[in-house]
Design a binder for this molecule. Structure first.
Ligand SMILES: Nc1ncnc2c1ncn2[C@@H]1O[C@H](COP(=O)(O)OP(=O)(O)OP(=O)(O)O)[C@@H](O)[C@H]1O
Ligand SMILES: [Mg+2]
Length: 359
């Protein structure tokens, strides 16, 4: 295959050139429309050819890892930035929770693996959010790509890593991808000694975890370890919880709700005091409330929190504020609430929630 690639690439290249000159010789608009269509088709053909070529290169053992030191957080930032536009067009929030980490790996291959996962997450999510997170584990580091998208049935979870397998592209529309993304991810993971695990539920979303072994970690700031078991426990602990999130910033609401849903799937959000009132008129049994301090029209979250504390224990109400002025922080604390300063780090949020719930 690798040998045949040159022979196949030649005519593809020639076709592109012919198309280009044809575009300059014809003038009528109907022909131009057809040329556009041929162009699109040829682009897809190119992409598919390249993927196929990549697969065969991996299988022939031609691809080798070229190790260097990588700032993983910056790499993830670039990938997230590149996916941001697609996400925005679909109204899907994209969040990155990372810390400065240096790992030793192949930069291009690592980037490709992560980009594939992030692009898939955006592609297969129509509402909610995609979050990219890092967490420390005893035996390394885990990068998670979490989406609130269509999800993958248990039956399909192994199959999606096979060459050409796609869950819902029965017509095999070429514009819907080729089904080779994860096949390449699988090969890269094998080459870079990364383990990939998947948790997903149809209708709720998917989490792809990339486990980076300790041996590949070069520099790492202090980070609390969170084992998979612990993560599961948190998910279980959260599973029955009813969480209310109050914030007037839509993107933060989305981020928090998305994050909490991936843990517990029961977060309810409100963006105004009116919504809070309405919600509480028909249900008041929230186990946990995340309350932004600065709501619009000068209504302070703290006032609502104080009202709520008649029904919900104060330690189950967590305040968040973007106002880092220490006077305000002191005021909220004096009122008896835990307070976090925005932007709230994912780890800090998780710990605060666990503390509020478990005590
Ligand atoms: N995050 C996800 N949520 C739901 N389904 C997913 C997700 N990621 C992958 N899938 C399913 O797995 C299939 C295979 O994914 P893969 O990335 O290999 O191919 P693809 O996205 O269809 O095409 P491409 O080659 O362009 O990546 C997808 O067609 C989709 O059905
Ligand atoms: Mg894909």
């Amino acid at each position: 295959m690798a040998a045949a690639s040159h022979d196949l690439r030649q005519p593809l290249h020639a076709m592109t050139l012919f198309l280009c000159s044809l575009r300059h010789t014809v003038t009528d608009s109907r022909t131009h429309e057809l040329l556009d269509k041929i162009d699109e088709t040829s682009t897809i053909l190119h992409e598919q050819f390249n993927s196929l070529l990549d697969l065969s290169k991996f299988d022939a053992g031609v691809v080798t890892a070229d190790e260097s030191k990588i700032r993983l957080d910056l790499m993830l930032k670039n990938i997230a930035d590149a996916a941001a536009q697609d996400a925005q067009q679909k109204n899907v929030a994209l969040h990155l929770y990372s810390i400065p980490v240096v790992v030793k790996s192949d930069m291009l291959l690592m980037e490709r693996l992560l980009r594939n996962l992030v692009n898939n997450a955006v592609q297969y999510t129509d509402k909610g959010s995609v979050s990219i997170q890092m967490r420390r584990q005893r035996n390394g580091l885990v990068i998670s790509v979490i989406d609130t998208g269509i999800g993958i049935s248990l039956e399909d979870q192994d199959k999606i890593f096979r060459d050409y397998f796609q869950v819902s592209n029965k017509a095999r529309s070429k514009s819907k991808g080729s089904g080779l993304g994860l096949a390449i991810v699988k090969r890269i993971a094998a080459l870079l000694a990364l383990k990939i695990t998947l948790k997903s539920q149809v209708g709720s979303g998917s989490t792809f975890n990339v486990h980076v072994p300790l041996s590949a970690l070069v520099e790492l700031p202090d980070m609390e370890e969170v084992s998979d078991d612990e993560m599961d426990t948190i998910q279980m602990d959260f599973a029955g919880l009813r969480i209310l999130i109050v914030d007037d910033d839509a993107s933060i609401l989305d981020a928090m709700t998305g994050l909490l849903r991936t843990w517990g799937r029961s977060a309810i959000s409100a963006s105004s005091p009116e919504q809070v009132d309405r919600l509480l008129s028909y249900e008041s049994d929230f186990d946990l409330v995340l309350m932004d301090d600065m709501l619009h029209d000068d209504i302070m979250g703290l006032d609502i929190a104080l009202q709520l504390s008649a029904k919900i224990p104060k330690q189950h109400i967590i305040m968040a504020t973007a106002n880092a002025a220490s006077a305000r922080l002191a005021e909220i604390k004096a009122a008896g609430f835990e307070v976090l300063v925005k932007p709230v780090d994912y780890e800090v949020l998780r710990r605060a929630i666990v503390k509020a719930v478990v005590g």
